[in-house]
Design a protein around this ligand. Sequence first.
Ligand code: G3I
Length: 302
Amino acid sequence: ESTLGSAAKQSGRYFGTAIASGRLGDSAYTTIAAREFDSVTAENEMKIDATEPQQGRFDFTAADRVHAWATQNGKQVRGHTLAWHSQQPGWMQSLSGSALRQAMNNHITGVMTHYKGKVPQWDVVNEAFADGTSGARRDSNLQRSGNDWIEVAFRTARTADPAAKLCYNDYNIENWTWAKTQAVYAMVKDFKQRGVPIDCVGFQSHFNNDSPYNSNFRTTLQSFAALGVDVAVTELDIQGASSTTYAAVTNDCLAVSRCLGITVWGVRDTDSWRAEHTPLLFNADGSKKPAYTSVLNALNAA
Ligand code: G3I
């Protein structure tokens, strides 16, 4: 196969990208995105500040633009993200306690109802754990609303769209030896034991010099999958875009039957949130980088 999406499909997986609505008028961008990928994540448009700018007033203008582009081009959409400490609109930042809890649930229900049946996989909760060696939850207004906020978010999401796969999504949980990884693993294990509805874990996979790829990522993916959840690589970018590392990540997903697919966090290096790292698969001029070829070859070899 000659594109990432069709190559991934050979093993029943998808290969996606983040799409920014502001770039949909750039035909060089949409040409590559339409050709190569079969899954789309809105880079910012489905986040809380974008979809509920004023409390109780939902605005799906930009999110629908991304969703429509994806649908018109035959791509599935990963929903990102419903409950997060970051990119909260001002009104939510100032809420706490039961008022925040209620607003969180109302937000999850409002967004998932709008996309019911149209977004098969949602990042319900994003980045709820702290970096470093503590293994603790990240401090936030959501965390201060009660330690059960994550499971409440998942239960609310299951009710809103029972057919959607519900994911927990985070970064720096790829390295199996890291405390943050073990803390998320313990949470998922506990959720599965207690029947909290969780279906998948998203590993963002923003690899850079401070948090480099480690070959124990495969152990991480296998260990989570063994708990009875699907896994996915959800926001992949690699500082310097080493072909070897891109191929290794691809092979890690391919080695785990419950790995649903891979999403890279943007199309060209110039589209990246870390453009200075040149971390993606396409150059600024739209040409394919060596890492592109290594990923495609790995997918075709599976
Ligand atoms: O839209 C405004 C624009 O109107 C304004 O002129 C401009 C001035 O700064 O800001 C624009 O908003 C920016 C937005 O991206 C769209 O470009 C925000 O400031 C900027 O903060 C925002 O950054 C996004 C970041 O999440 C925010 O947390 C990145 O694009 C996006 O790639 C990044 O994605 C996150 C995932 O959601 C979660 N995991 C980590 C990942 C990388 O940080």
